[in-house]
Write a protein that binds this ligand. Sequence first.
Ligand code: NAD
Length: 291
Amino acid sequence: MNIEAIGVVGAGQMGNGIAHVMALAGYEVLLTDVSQQALDDAMEVMRRNMERQVSRDKIAQADMDDALARIGTTLTLTDLGRTDLIIEAATERETVKQAIFEDLMPALKPETILTSNTSSISITRLASRTDRPERFMGFHFMNPVPVMQLVELIRGIATDRATYDACLGVVERLGKTAASAEDFPGFIVNRILMPMINEAVYTLYEGVGNVKSIDQSMKLGANHPMGPLELADFIGLDTCLAIMNVLHDGLADTKYRPCPLLTKYVEAGWLGRKTGRGFYDYRGETPTPTR
Ligand code: NAD
């Protein structure tokens, strides 16, 4: 399967990162969103992020100019029908993703591969509602996409070998590393990372440590570059809670029970960095613990 043109659905933080790395790797990229503002913002974010890469000598100015010229945008989803590989990175809601695949299907070439960047929705279930479950898989980037080295490749129950190999070839051309994961809740990274974060919140909830001592312990005692609570604030506490609920529901094991304190922070709208407050308060000069 020769992949040259890539369609990206959703121009949010993941979609613009995916378009960015694909264009720098030489692929033609067509990016779509329901919002023109999101498309304009995405082009602006990509330009700024590439400028930073130029200023750090990671890429040349000509690479940036060529890459930006390879990215097209459209509000018409079906324009993506001419691409060889589609990566869906729209809002994490199953009905939204399902509607996107349904609308896309009549416009697709028979050989086009469909993928989703979902963090938590079953790849097998999404695939089963398309006309090509054998050419459907999970293509899970980490945030921020231009920085993070890993891509999880998730095969649904019907995904064929040629589809997997074609996606693996794309990951290699990006200069990233693929980890193959089976289609179970949380895949690999979130299956391990989120229970650790949730346990850190329990440690706080039960008064074993405070925010500072918990983060310091994991940074200095386990050599983690960020403490678990600091990391939770970076990811977004609503996202952490949503993934814990997926693990809890999908694996039906009480060990994945979301910590009530995590739920309380989300109920308060203290979602981490993006709202200015989470386990730390970011509204001053330096982040200060909220507990
Ligand atoms: P986001 O909210 O930043 O962006 C989502 C974009 O999708 C928005 O611009 C929205 O307008 C657009 N959209 C919504 N409905 C659409 C439709 N019908 N057609 C086209 N565009 C549509 O979200 P995000 O953080 O970029 O997450 C996108 C996907 O990536 C989700 O599936 C999420 O689970 C996954 N993901 C997120 C992260 C992360 O850290 N944020 C990491 C890995 C994977």
